[in-house]
Ligand binder design. Structure first.
Ligand SMILES: [Zn+2]
Length: 371
């Protein structure tokens, strides 16, 4: 499995300048190659090389290997979408391969720049140390808010999947970000509280509309995204650890339906609350953490998971009384709607075949006292 690891570089002022100059020249040159690709209607690297190589070496002063990487960058972008001429930001990412980058010691990397090779220190912890052996030959040089990073590709081996006869179903929701089939909720409480605070602040700022308010808004959206990402990491880690410890596999709903299903449940005022990317992110964290832990992960068609009774199998839309409440029309079983869905997911229910008035063979493992 491929993963990406970020190394934060700690260049000297001189090295910083050299890297930045190189990045600017590289992207400016890539824009020039893109304009040739666009004019000639070709994404062929060899054809482009014949047309632009000399200019990249003389006008942009790119070393030979960087000139080749630059042609690749423009050619690949044009190949992806031939309807527009690609344009690159001055501080767009640069690919470094082993011909222009090498790790010299445990904490320095040699990178080719316009002014020759520079030996740049990078910040290094146990997390990075444990993964250096898995590094593949290529990395992206990134520049974010005045800081250089190397995004290195890792080839991570995944353990064999553990045997499991039981499955932990996980329902993704809005109020509870995740609910498992054992009734544990991975709350959105903290997330929700922060979201409300951010939302109020956002509205005040939008009303103000000044330049500084706009700056503040931009900062806020980044903060919110980081907070969401962190919650998703914490939740997915806990779910995978639980499944691993209890020898269970994990089942989740297929992605493409999550948005429509959860939105259908929501009142209009709630709709702005969640964004589908947050679910997609939680789901992708779950999948890769499960793979790394050797926990089997399956996906279930979510068509009927929320309206099928986990006690008697009766399936009807009216079973779902509200966002939070499930109450079976047939057997009067009541419980939290997310938990009912999670139990169904753990059994792989979701296909039309299951949505009949027949009783389920499996007896429920839990009662839902009190609710
Ligand atoms: Zn029922």
């Amino acid at each position: 499995m491929k993963q990406t690891m970020l190394l934060k570089l700690a260049p000297t002022t001189e090295q910083h300048q050299a890297l930045l100059e190189t990045m600017h020249a590289f992207n400016e040159a890539a824009n020039s190659v893109a304009s040739v690709a666009w004019a000639e209607k070709t994404a062929n690297k060899f054809a482009l090389q014949k047309l632009v190589y000399g200019e990249l070496r003389t006008t942009y002063k790119l070393p030979a290997q960087l000139a080749i990487r630059c042609i690749s960058k423009a050619s690949e972008a044009y190949k992806r979408d031939k309807s527009i001429q690609p344009h690159f930001r001055p501080e767009g990412a640069m690919v470094y391969d082993p011909r222009v980058m090498s790790f010299k010691s445990l904490a320095t990397v040699s990178l080719l720049t316009l002014s020759g090779r520079v030996l740049v220190p990078f910040l290094f912890g146990t997390y990075q140390q444990a993964r250096m052996g898995a590094m593949q030959g290529q990395a992206d040089l990134l520049y974010r808010k005045g800081v250089f990073y190397l995004a290195v590709t890792l080839e991570v081996s995944t353990p064999e999947l553990q045997e499991s006869s039981d499955t932990l179903g996980v329902d993704l929701g809005i109020v509870n970000l995740a609910t498992d089939s054992e009734g544990e909720t991975f709350s959105g409480e903290a997330v929700e509280k922060t979201r409300k605070r951010h939302h109020a602040l956002r509205q005040r700022l939008q009303k103000r509309g000044t330049k500084s308010a706009k700056r503040h808004l931009k900062k806020l959206s980044g903060k919110q995204a980081r907070f969401r990402k962190n919650s998703n990491h914490v939740i997915s880690k806990r779910i995978v650890q639980k499944a691993k410890a209890t020898g269970q596999g994990i089942a989740i709903e297929e992605l493409r339906h999550i948005r429509t299903r959860t939105e259908a449940r929501l009142k209009r005022s709630q709709r702005s609350k969640h964004s589908s990317w947050a679910f997609a992110q939680l789901r992708s964290f779950l999948s890769y953490k499960a793979a790394l832990a050797g926990v089997p992960l399956s996906v279930v068609d979510p068509a009927y998971t929320s309206r099928t009774c986990s006690q008697c199998g009766h399936c009807e839309k009216a079973n779902r009384k509200s966002q939070a409440l499930f109450q079976c029309i047939q057997c009067d079983f009541r419980c939290h709607a997310d938990w009912n869905a999670a139990v169904n997911i753990s059994r792989g229910i979701g296909h039309g075949a299951y949505c009949s008035r027949t009783r389920l063979a499996a007896s429920p493992r839990h009662s839902c006292g009190g609710s």
